[in-house]
Ligand binder design. Structure first.
Ligand SMILES: Cc1cc2nc3c(=O)[nH]c(=O)nc-3n(C[C@H](O)[C@H](O)[C@H](O)COP(=O)(O)OP(=O)(O)OC[C@H]3O[C@@H](n4cnc5c(N)ncnc54)[C@H](O)[C@@H]3O)c2cc1C
Length: 163
């Protein structure tokens, strides 16, 4: 179960507008994800692509590793994307805009969705997405087998800014 909406202590710093939240999510390139297996926490940083239609994030990764073990044990995840607007010297302040999102992770096995996910990632991250997409279309079955794709369906998102 993901936590529901919790009031923000400094409500004056909340980014309440969905458009602004999505703008930050689309501008971000990587997120630090919090996972949990029993009482054991794990954080891992991953590049992502945002799928607007699905309101989901896609990730690509090797087909095995600790984060996959955590996700298999518990698919609930929470992540943050930070836009660092700079430390203000001598004032003990750091300007930022950031997002915290929660959702459920799923392993994507369907080949068509895997390709779609990698195209979403290309659109999100690459300067020349079409070049990357052409490479994806040339990938053989063996290469696809070695590539795991994860989808995080976003259940909730908060934003906060300072400065
Ligand atoms: C900006 C950024 C973008 C990244 N993008 C991707 C991506 O798109 N896809 C991807 O698969 N990986 C990405 N990585 C690497 C990612 O953070 C992990 O290292 C990688 O996914 C392996 O994770 P795992 O849980 O399978 O670790 P494993 O290979 O199973 O290793 C687990 C062990 O290594 C330690 N560990 C794992 N990752 C890190 C780390 N980053 N720093 C220090 N210790 C670590 C863990 O604490 C644990 O002890 C990115 C990293 C950064 C910083």
């Amino acid at each position: 179960m993901t936590a529901g909406k919790y009031h923000m202590n400094r409500a004056d710093r909340e980014i309440a507008g969905r458009d602004e939240l999505l703008e930050l999510l689309k501008a971000g390139k990587y997120t630090t994800l919090a996972l949990c297996r029993g009482e054991e926490p794990y954080v891992v940083t991953l590049s992502y692509g945002y799928d607007h239609e699905r309101n989901a994030l896609y990730f690509h990764t090797a087909a095995k590793g600790l984060k996959l073990d955590f996700i298999a044990a518990n698919p609930q995840a929470c992540g943050t994307v930070i836009h660092d607007d700079g430390y203000v010297r001598d004032q003990c302040m750091h300007y930022f805009r950031s997002i915290v999102f929660r959702g459920t992770m799923a392993m994507v096995d369907d080949p068509a969705e895997k390709l779609h996910a990698m195209e979403v990632l290309a659109d999100h991250l690459e300067a020349d997405p079409e070049k990357r997409k052409a490479k994806l279309r040339r990938m053989d079955d063996e290469a696809w087998k070695g590539l795991a794709v994860l989808r995080l369906d976003i259940a909730g998102m908060d934003g906060k800014k300072y400065g």
